[in-house]
Design a protein around this ligand. Structure first.
Ligand code: ASP
Ligand code: MG
Length: 414
């Protein structure tokens, strides 16, 4: 088999741990596999570098910032390659420009456009383990770019796609993807298999195990992703194409976000063009809004409520306060916000074929006296915004109510 193994920051967090990584790669190679490894910066290193930047310059969206923050991975690949050699193997390190991880030029959040897998293939053909720097690439002009926080996952999956690898193993400090955060619900279970689509929802809703973009790439190129622990040999979670068995489970996971705020603009005129004009300054300021709900009142006015990342709330309110008087004329305008919210969500491809998930969710929350402020749904997800102080109670209630503490095979429909 051809295996791409990606090791995260904690897995290469010390020289001892790098030796463990070297031993793992060599063990896979000894079993007859061809191995390419993608590594992150040592844990804490990228944060340390960004802090240095912050002392001079507060915009991370800058060519020079990528030059700086990409260095963490350069140190890691060199050290891991040395560790493999020291353990008796053959290894060669590659930086983004050496295996031509070509990206666009959006510094700090570049997207991979192409990879030249030739040099990596040559190394592997010579019996070497290719050790590739995660997170970094190079644009057409030769500028160093980075792929956004957590971007080594995306490097791993992209390299696996380019090599047509049999699997991309993502080694991390947890042993897989769980039905919910085990710190909130101790009976949370490790999910054995999950579809790309469900994983995308979970990652978008705040599960931090995989960078969203890596799941998108995995789905696009059908790369099986195995999320597992670098500290044990147990099977982790497989992220794979959807199959019939997955449909039987109605809810696969429960999440709660804590980093969102809610804004309501009240008494807007109920006319064409108002929403377009209201959201224009937010879009121009690169603020992405999420759940949008509009209510029509009988008096010809409308209230618009939406959620957005908490870090953007202040800017958004300031922009709206400038914009709204123009939209509503002289009176009536009000911009109110709430930072004490949480979005709780249930996710599962089984929702496509099972009715009533939303109703069950609302009932479970109501039975605990939890008020629902906003609701949004997709084909495989139901989200409710609730008061933040109830987030953990809601997660526990939904996890129990949908039977997620039971093994997937024992969960009945509903
Ligand atoms: N070192 C980068 C970060 O901390 C990329 C990664 O670890 O995936 O975000
Ligand atoms: Mg990560």
């Amino acid at each position: 088999m051809l295996i791409v193994q990606k090791y995260g920051g904690t897995s290469v967090g010390s020289i001892e741990r790098m030796k463990n990584v070297a031993a793992r790669c060599l063990a896979s190679q000894r079993q007859g596999h061809q191995v390419a490894v993608v590594v992150s910066a040592m844990s804490g290193e990228t944060n340390r570098l960004l802090k240095l930047v912050d002392e001079i310059h507060d915009d991370h969206n800058d060519r020079e910032v990528d030059v700086i923050v990409s260095t963490g991975e350069q140190v890691s690949v060199g050290l891991v390659a040395l560790a493999i050699r020291k353990a008796g193997g053959k290894a060669r390190s590659f930086l983004g420009h050496q295996c031509k991880i070509l990206t666009d030029s959006s510094f700090a959040r570049a997207r991979i456009v192409d990879i030249d897998a030739g040099p990596i293939r040559d190394a592997m053909a010579a019996g070497e383990i290719a050790v590739i720097a995660g997170f970094q690439g190079v644009d057409e002009k030769g500028n160093i770019t980075t792929l956004g926080r957590g971007g080594s996952d995306t490097t791993g999956v992209a390299i696996a796609a380019a090599l047509k690898a049999d699997v991309c193993e993502i080694y991390t400090d947890v042993d897989g993807v769980y039905t919910t955060d085990p710190n909130i619900v101790p009976t949370a279970r490790k999910i054995e298999r999950i579809s790309y689509e469900e994983m995308l929802e979970l990652a978008s809703l705040g599960a931090k195990v995989l960078q969203i973009r890596s799941v998108e790439l995995g789905m696009k190129y059908a790369v099986p992703i195995h999320v597992r622990s670098s500290f044990s040999d147990v099977e982790g979670t497989w992220v794979v194409p959807e199959d019939a068995a997955m449909e039987k489970v109605t809810v696969s996971g429960v999440t709660a976000s804590r980093d969102e705020s809610k804004i309501t603009v009240e008494d807007l005129p109920d006319q064409p063009g108002i929403a377009a004009r209201m959201f224009a300054p937010l879009a121009d300021a690169n603020i992405s809004v999420d759940m949008i709900v509009q209510n029509q009142a009988y008096d010809g006015t409308t209230d618009l409520t939406f959620t957005l990342p908490k870090i953007d709330r202040k800017r958004a309110v300031d922009l709206l306060k400038e914009q709204v008087p123009e939209l509503v004329g002289k009176d009536g305008e009000r911009v109110v916000f709430d930072d004490e919210i949480s979005k709780v969500s249930v996710v599962g491809v089984g929702m496509r074929s099972h009715a009533g998930i939303a109703k069950t969710m609302f009932t479970l929350l109501a039975d605990e006296g939890i008020n629902i402020q906003l609701i949004s749904t997709s084909e495989i997800k139901v989200s409710c915004v609730i008061a933040r102080k109830y987030a953990e109670l809601a997660v526990r209630t939904l996890h129990e109510g949908f039977g997620l503490s039971l093994p997937a095979s024992e969960r009945t429909g509903l």
